[in-house]
Design a protein around this ligand. Sequence first.
Ligand code: GLY
Length: 368
Amino acid sequence: MSTSPVTVRINLPQRAYDLLIGHGLLHDLGRQVALRCPAMRAAIVTDSNVGPLYLDAAIQSLQAAGIAAAQIVVPAGEASKSLNQLSQLLDVLASHHHARDEPIIALGGGVVGDLAGFAAAIWLRGVPFVQCPTSLEAMIDASVGGKTGINHAAGKNLIGAFYQPRLVCIDPACLSTLLPRDYTAALAESVKHAVIADPAFLAWHETHVHDLRAQQAETVCALIERNCQIKARYVEQDEREEAEKGVGRAALNFGHTIGHAIEAVSSYSLRHGEAVSLGMVAALELSVRGCGLSDVDRRRVEALLAALGLPVRCAIPLDANELRARLGADKKVRDRRVRFVVTPKLGETDWLIDPNEEDLRAAIDRLR
Ligand code: GLY
């Protein structure tokens, strides 16, 4: 690392931690881990795609800091967020006599972070956890804020825990091996953060479309930093998504209620971010109809999504009845009422509860 990393602090009582962002930071992982969770040993969890690319560098860095790392490589893909994979991971921890002071380090994207984080939360009732995200989606969203968990046959992320890491170590150099489609899909989460919290950041995206599409290094670092700052503030204010007043951390679900339904209807052929982009288009329609968002602002966000290479119309046929049925299964349902995060004005959010049939149909029609 030639320059010192940028630090974004998450100020939670008793569980404050740093997000470090720096080109080449993976090579300093061991020192950063040793500073925050000193131990002689660690377990590093990665997947079959990321392991061959970055595991050696991570292990060498840990060794240089005096930490011997056990390696646990899980198959790449969402299927690894399973009870079966969790059970195998716990078996390895047991066979290594993984001790209470020894960190579990997640090296990979959202799947690895969620699985390893949940294992860290439950092994010995909690051992230190470090996130080392290698995908853009994990760098700007999944690794920040302590959501961990696995899937159940009844739905995604139904088994899990809020468990904050001790450190998030973000090395944007890892993005050089990310598939372009995955990079672009993650930009949807960045646009989401801008829409719900920061109109100036939305304008920043508009002026940096070319550099963002070209993955210009400084622009990408600036993007990661601002996203981490925005998400950090939501986590500090409403860590467990329990806000009684206002929307709280649930604002981060903007575009996700319909997005998750579209993801499922597409049999997961869409990337999560692509489905979120479509979900935001639908949520913007609900915002125009239900809480006064201007059509000009709605078109502005749609134009930005399209300029970044994200979908704003759905290529697969959408069956409105099937989508409606899926909405009823979403975790955001409360008292049997479907709740949507909407934006009355860019930078603000509100709840829209049980929108009328006509508005819901119009939101789905907007995607056609
Ligand atoms: N990805 C939404 C959250 O962390 O709350």
